[in-house]
Design a protein around this ligand. Structure first.
Ligand code: PLP
Length: 387
């Protein structure tokens, strides 16, 4: 029997708010993973993902697993043991990537920046001068709320016949990014950030240069589960007969289709990016009235994630817990060196709207014992700025 529960308002680092049509798609009767009706869903998802990524790549599919499964699939398939890989590290997810690369036997050349700042692309390009097989950057660093500029990175990689690999888990559809225009060879994301689907799938796209490297590998891909040469026998990009590899999570794929349709049909992509930027600015203005300050400078800010230092004298963890237990609103704590210093507010898809933000701002005022009016006015003003 269904139990009525009040949903948590998810305004943290993910999972994000899941709209009703996506939950409804998830609850549809389970399909077989090889039946024609499901094959049609797969084809739709691949086409919708190409639009979301801004790519023509034939190899575009959701990997079965969370965002980190996308990372593991990317590294296992497109980095070979002994490869020299330049890796940008400016937060938790850059660290995770460097760890993943080392575990796959890569020679990792770290290029770091202070947490809360982007890495100057010139420094990544300089690190590529001595030769490299791949460069990896986190486009949206969710631990700090920083967007990484990609200028010149693709050219620097091509000069050495190296691949440009990107983590766009948090940025996909929430921050300007076009895979083909930026010359990105492989990118992966997650279903539960700006796409507003439950966690469990990792959209991934790989271009022709990456696929050629995969096909010319001397040794088999070290991961059986994520070996794309086998996975693609099922997620056929060539229209051929599909062979069983692993049982696709069919309900999740159906939910992802619903989420992608919602995301792509409600507004053009440029308008979606602009809405995320406006929602971010409006929320920053509102929480600024309580004394929160964004960690990242404006030029480095990642639209879907506002990472803000807490007002002086405020216990970040106590505030986060009060929001969750007394108001049913989830925001994310700081992680790594930022633990206790910041709170992280998600501005993702359906969460990048005035109404949920007003609920958050009102709850924050209550917990902080502040007047909500100035913050709500700032939010309103932020939303009335024309795009
Ligand atoms: C959330 C996130 C991941 C990991 O995704 P999981 O779904 O937690 O495995 C990787 N990179 C970035 C930038 C993220 O925000």
């Amino acid at each position: 029997m269904a139990v009525a529960t009040t949903p948590t308002l998810l305004l943290g680092s993910g999972p994000s708010m899941v709209p009703e049509p996506v939950l409804a798609a998830l609850a549809e009767p389970t399909m077989g993973h090889l039946e024609p009706r499901f094959v049609a869903v797969m084809d739709d998802v691949a086409a919708l993902l190409r639009r979301a990524f801004g790519t023509e790549n034939r190899v575009t599919l959701p990997i079965s697993g969370t965002g980190s499964a996308g990372m593991e699939a990317m590294v296992a398939n497109f980095v070979a043991p002994g490869d020299r890989v330049v890796c940008g590290v400016h937060g938790v997810f850059g660290e995770r990537m460097a760890d993943e690369l080392a575990r796959h036997g890569a020679e990792v050349v770290r290029v770091e920046a202070e947490w809360g700042r982007a890495i100057e692309p010139e420094r990544l390009i300089a690190a590529a001068r001595d030769g490299l097989d791949a460069m990896v950057v986190v486009h949206g660093e969710t631990s700090t709320g920083v967007a990484q500029p990609l200028d010149g990175l693709a050219d620097a990689c091509r000069e050495h016949d190296a691949l440009l690999l990107v983590d766009c888990v948090t940025s996909l559809t929430g921050h300007p990014l076009r895979i083909d225009e930026s010359g990105i060879d492989v990118a992966f994301s997650g279903s539960q950030k700006c796409l507003n689907c439950p966690p469990g799938l990792a959209p991934l796209t790989a271009g022709p240069r990456a696929v050629a490297k995969l096909q010319s590998r001397a040794e088999p891909v070290p991961s059986w589960y994520f070996d794309l040469s086998m996975v693609l026998g099922y997620w056929r990009a060539d229209g051929g007969a599909r062979a069983y590899h692993h049982t696709a999570p069919t309900n999740m794929v159906a939910a992802l289709r619903a989420a992608l349709r919602l995301a792509l049909d409600e507004e053009p992509m440029a308008a979606r990016w602009a809405r995320h930027a406006r929602a971010h600015a409006a929320l920053l203005a509102a929480v600024g009235t309580f004394g929160f300050a964004r960690l990242a400078p404006a030029a480095d800010a990642l639209a879907p994630l506002l990472c803000a230092t807490v007002p002086a004298g405020v216990d970040a963890e106590a505030l986060r817990i009060a929001l969750l237990t007394d108001h049913g609103i989830e925001v994310a704590a700081g992680i790594g060196p930022l633990k206790g210093r910041v709170l992280r507010f998600g501005v993702m898809g359906a969460g990048a709207r005035q109404e949920p933000q007003a609920a958050l701002v009102t709850a924050l005022a209550t917990v902080l014992g502040a007047e909500p009016r100035p913050a709500l006015d700032a939010l309103e003003a932020g939303w009335s700025v024309s795009a």
